[in-house]
Write a protein that binds this ligand. Structure first.
Ligand code: SAM
Length: 277
């Protein structure tokens, strides 16, 4: 199999990917902002926008790293729940002050409306950075951090409403195996959402993107994180990931239905969606 710039055995790829993320964990967030000029934040917001969580949604974010998707989810469901409670209270004008106070107390008791997120990642350094970020930003409840492999998830069947994987699946050695696991842990009716680098569909942008990726990103990696090789791997692994249509078929092969995708920023990334029906 490929590991960026090298050809390695399948057994070796997992270990090499582990080393890359162990090495970049401390600088991961700042490098993401630098390399994408902050655009990764918009892509992640769009993933959330597509998600449509409902009260009680159980989300599994695989390859969740430092928690970017999970924190967005918690912010979103909290705002959604608060808005719903406010609307509800406005229609309950017959309530006494005591009853209103009680309802506010209930909201305080579970400001997430029953929604929960599990962040699962194979790398304990990435999870450590995520947990530190959660503490620093005041996320106390509704989030669990689990060390685990996307290819062999440590969860029961039919457990989650939504499975997300952002910039994670191209790092997995056996993508088909990870997709089968996604299918297994989703409840019937559950949704799979994947945000990943994809294939640029505009020749001019493709040329500029190649120049930027091969000439600038490894240099940024060396200057900011002191790690040329890891960032060269990143660039190469993006080029080896299947394009939009091909990946759609791979998702369908795992059993997902109504599989669609949307290319963002001229195809630099794409969001694929599928359902377990
Ligand atoms: N999802 C986060 C984000 O969007 O910022 C992190 C993405 S980071 C580029 C890729 C993550 O995939 C790393 O945290 C890495 O440890 C994780 N990863 C790689 N292989 C994995 C596997 N087999 N199972 C679970 N996580 C994996």
């Amino acid at each position: 199999t490929h590991f960026g710039f090298e050809t390695v055995s399948e057994e070796e790829k997992g270990g090499k990917v582990y080393q890359v993320f162990e090495s970049v964990a401390k600088k991961y967030d700042v490098m993401n902002d630098m390399m994408s000029l902050g655009i990764h934040r918009i892509w992640k917001d769009l993933l959330l926008w597509k998600m449509h969580p409902f009260p009680g949604t159980q989300l599994l974010d695989v390859a969740g790293g430092t928690g970017d998707i999970a924190f967005r989810f918690l912010n979103h469901v909290q705002a959604q729940h608060r808005e719903k409670q406010k609307r509800h209270l406005r229609t309950q004008q017959h309530l006494s002050w005591e009853e209103i106070a009680k309802k506010y107390q209930d909201e305080e008791a579970d400001p997430l409306g029953g929604c929960r997120v599990v962040v699962c990642d194979i790398n304990k350094e990435m999870l450590k950075m995520g947990k530190q970020k959660a503490c620093a930003q005041g996320y106390k409840t509704g989030i669990a951090w689990v060390l685990g492999d996307a290819e062999e998830l440590p969860f029961d069947d039919d457990k989650f409403d939504i499975y997300t994987i952002a910039f994670g699946i191209r790092n997995v050695t056996h993508i088909d195996q990870a997709l089968q696991e996604a299918y297994r842990v989703l409840k019937p009716g559950g949704r799979f959402l994947c945000l990943e680098f994809s294939r640029v569909n505009n020749p001019l942008i493709s040329r500029l993107y190649d120049l930027y990726s091969f000439q600038v990103i490894p240099v940024l990696g060396e200057v900011i994180a002191g790690d040329w090789k890891s960032y060269q791997y990143l660039v190469e692994s993006i080029r080896q990931f299947p394009p939009q249509e091909e990946f759609k078929e791979i998702i369908e092969d795992a059993g997902f239905q109504k599989v669609t995708y949307e290319s963002l920023t001229s195809g630099i990334v794409a969001i694929h969606s599928g359902f377990k029906l």
